[in-house]
Each structure stands twice: as C-alpha cells, then as structure tokens.
Design a protein around this ligand. Structure first.
Ligand code: FAD
Ligand code: SF4
Ligand code: SF4
Length: 413
C-alpha cells in the first residue's frame, strides 16, 4: 500500500455528509432525499417519538445510553458464518428473512473493505456476499433506489445509524415508499472515515497494512487487526499515534453523530456491550420493536443467549479520560507535542483497564458517553449553529452531568 499523504484538517464550511447514499441514487429527485438527510433533520428526538411514541427516558440510565428497547442480551451463534465480521448473526437474520419470504430483498453492501458498493440482494448468494465490515463511509441507501425501481414490497435494510435515520424519515415523510414495508437491522457505529483516511490510519498503526482483512476496537482496550494468513495484530488504544485523534481524520459527519447504538433500528446487532471474547463470537443484541422480535425469532434456534453482564462504573472512566479526549477537538495543535506512548506502557495500561475498568454494558456505556461528549464539543466548537438541530436532548443532559461548560469557560480565560 502506498503511504497516503497527511490528512488535511476538515473544512468546517463543507456540508456534513456521511455518504449514506439516499441522495446519491436517481430513482427520485435529490431534493426529496435531502429533506430526510439526518444532517438536516437531526438525531433521535422527533424520529424516536415517531417510532416509539416517546423519546428515551432521561431518568433511566440504561435507556439513556442504549435507547428504547424491549430487551437486550448477549448471544453466541452455534455455527458462525465464515467470513462474517463477528459470528454472522446479521447475515443469518438476512438469509432467513429472504428464505422465509418475510422480505423480498435486502439493502446491504458488496465490494471490498476499502471500496464498498451498495447492493440490493435478492438471492441467498447475494446476501452472503454482504457479510463482513466495510469500516468506511458506505452508500448503502443507493440500494433503496434499486428496490423501488424493482417494485419490491418488503425490504430489509442493514445499516449504520445515519442510514437508519435517513431511511426511517424518508419512509415516514415521503409518499415514494408508501407501498413498501421496511424492516431494519442496525449496527452500532462510531468514528467512521473516508477510505483514503482509513488507509492513512492503517499505514500508521499496522506492521502490514496491505494484508489486513478486518479490524475492530475491542473491549480489551486494543485494536485487533486481522491479516490474511497471519496472526492477529493487537495495538493498545493508549499507544495509537496521537495524530489519529486530530479533527479531520474521522469524518466531520461522524464527529457530528449522536446515535452510536442505532436507536431507530428494529434490532441492533453489535458486540461492545458483551464481555470481551477472544474468538470474536460473543455478540450483544438490542431488540427494540415487535418487528425486531420477528427478525430475531428467525434465528432463535441457531443462537445461545445469555444475560448481560456488568462491572465497574462507566462514569469514573469517562471523567478520567474526558480532558485527554476533548483537548484535541478544542486544540488540535496540542497534538503536535503529544508523544506516542511506548508499546510496553500501553500494554500495562490495557492490563490495568481490563482488571479495574468497566466491563459488559458498563464498557458500552463508557464508550457511548465519551463519544457523545466528544462530538458535542466538536459541534459546540466548530459548528455552533448546528447545536440545536443536530444534538439530541439527552446529550445536552450528559454535557451538563459531566460539567462540559467548564472546558469552554477555561477557553475564555
Ligand atoms: C465503522 C463501524 C464501526 C463499528 N463500531 C462498532 C462498535 O463500536 N461497537 C459494536 O458493538 N459494533 C460496532 N460495529 C458493528 C460490528 O463491527 C459488527 O458489524 C456487528 O457486530 C455485526 O456482526 P455480524 O458478524 O453479525 O455481521 P455480518 O454477518 O458480518 O454482517 C455485517 C453487515 O453489516 C453491513 N455493513 C458492513 N459495513 C457497513 C457500514 N460501513 N455501514 C453499513 N453497513 C455495513 C454489511 O453489509 C453486512 O450486512 C461497527 C461497524 C462498523 C462498520
Ligand atoms: S448524508 Fe446521505 S442524504 Fe445526506 S447529503 Fe450525504 S448522501 Fe445525501
Ligand atoms: S459514525 Fe455516524 S455518521 Fe459516521 S458512518 Fe457511523 S452512523 Fe454514519
């Protein structure tokens, strides 16, 4: 892989766009789609009310972090899908939904890890081809245009939160999809980026960027990087190059994102609320709606389920890492002098964090809170005119709880 050039800082006058694909197809006019773009409508709030009849309860700490749901649990698939990102629960749900006639197509992604392409899968082979992560901005919703042109009546959409917001809004507010039943499997998502930026990051963190097949930010505080035919490489979060935290590396849209766990999906399938599993097979599921139950029931017999676990206290870890997370957002120039922590020291911190840090749903809560607060600061500093439109109520509450004003007041002195 050619070493990509240094990434320029983002231009804050550019329109926020996560390349979700809704306005990138040509089955209907672009303006119709743009009305439903999450960067125009905002996160959660009225969308949550429309789907559940209410917004999340700020007094319920679990609902505040994980969204409205019927139930949450850990899950291990008995026969993992070869080539899937984790056990392949998403792929199995999609395959069963197609085979049983619950849907007649699936909006997913084909292509490679660095070059995903939207795909409307209407055969089991095409669904299977969508397995595995494409950890870059991905235009899944272009497949909605194909589904509408093909006259599909029942569509399963597999998407990140920005896809799910846009498709839910479009389905509810535009007459175009009125005849189509929509079922939604969501993935958690944060810190996504353009593929040229991912190449830059991989070139800076991996010993062998050309052989990478997948990667994941794990609950043992390391980035696990899988290579074709080689051992998995593990890099402590604490030893990542400081430059990775510079605004502009992750897309500005992803720094303006406030729905890490896909609160509008019918069912969210992730991993980070489950304890660390060395084999990447223990997943974390959030069933949000009756449709989500129907989707889960399709694969129920293929899966062992376990109650959630928790240990520790997310808020202690949030407080401990708040300033070092926020500083690069408020003062990117501070990274120029920040040294990369040596590997041995990073490993030691991983050990301490694994022994004493939050585990299970407390780990997920920590990650959700710290990302929401960082993104809140990003908007408040760089795009203050978007604070009211984009930031959901619960994040304003979090900012108050963690005393974020203090960081901005320090700026003035
Ligand atoms: C950028 C990114 C960040 C993530 N961060 C977290 C996290 O912090 N915590 C967590 O628990 N989970 C996260 N996930 C989700 C997690 O990695 C797995 O995708 C999820 O657990 C499903 O595993 P699986 O084996 O069931 O999926 P598979 O059966 O392999 O199916 C994966 C499905 O996801 C779709 N998909 C892949 N990439 C994308 C994309 N970029 N946008 C939309 N759809 C996509 C594929 O088309 C496929 O249908 C993230 C995923 C992405 C892409
Ligand atoms: S986020 Fe989606 S709908 Fe919004 S501008 Fe980008 S591609 Fe279009
Ligand atoms: S972090 Fe948010 S905006 Fe970025 S790709 Fe994921 S869901 Fe979309």
């Amino acid at each position: 892989m050619e070493t990509p050039r240094k990434i320029a800082n983002p231009r804050f006058d550019e329109t926020l766009c996560s390349h979700c694909g809704l306005c990138m197809g040509n089955a209907w006019p672009e303006e119709e789609s743009l009305r439903s773009c999450v960067f125009n409508t905002g996160w959660l709030g009225k969308h949550e009310e429309r789907l559940f009849g209410r917004q999340r309860n700020p007094q319920d700490d679990d609902e505040l972090a994980f969204g409205i749901s019927l139930r949450r649990f850990n899950a291990r698939i008995k026969q993992p899908v070869d080539g899937a990102q984790w056990g392949g629960i998403i792929t199995r749900i999609a395959l069963r939904a197609l085979e049983t006639g619950l849907v007649d197509g699936v909006a997913t992604l084909h292509g490679t890890m660095l070059q995903p392409k939207a795909a409307l899968a209407t055969t089991p082979g095409e669904v299977l081809e969508g397995r595995g992560n494409k950890p870059v901005l991905s235009p899944t919703l272009m497949a909605l245009h194909s589904a509408w042109r093909a006259g599909l009546k029942k569509l399963l959409v597999i998407g990140a939160p920005c896809h799910v917001h846009a498709v839910r809004d479009f389905h509810a507010s535009s007459p175009i999809l009125r005849e189509m039943e929509l079922l939604v499997v969501g993935i958690p998502c944060t810190d996504n980026l353009e593929s040229s930026h991912l190449r830059w990051v991989l070139a800076h963190i991996s010993r062998s960027p050309d052989t990478i097949t997948s990667m994941e930010f794990m609950q043992d505080y390391r980035v696990h990087i899988k290579h074709a035919g080689k051992k998995t490489e593990k890099v402590p979060f604490f030893s990542l190059p400081p430059d990775v935290q510079r605004p502009g590396v992750f897309s500005a849209s992803c720094m303006s994102c406030f729905d890490y766990v896909n609160g509008l999906s019918d069912i969210t399938v992730g991993y980070f609320g489950a304890p660390f599993s060395r084999d990447w097979k223990l997943q974390w599921l959030i069933v949000r709606t009756e449709t989500g139950e129907r989707l889960f029931n399709l694969v129920m017999d293929e899966i062992d389920t376990y109650p959630e676990e928790k240990r520790g206290d997310a808020s202690t870890s949030v407080k401990a890492s708040l300033e070092s997370t926020i500083l690069p957002v408020l003062h990117p120039e501070s990274l120029e002098t920040r040294k990369r922590l040596p590997r041995a020291a990073g490993e030691l911190l991983c050990l301490v964090a694994a022994l004493k840090g939050p585990r299970g749903i407390e780990f997920a809560r920590y990650s959700i809170h710290i990302h929401a607060l960082r993104n809140y600061c990003f908007i408040r500093k760089h795009l203050p005119e978007k604070l009211d439109t984009l930031v959901p109520e619960y994040v304003h509450g979090l900012a108050e709880r963690y005393g974020i004003d203090r960081l901005f007041n320090n700026e003035k002195t």
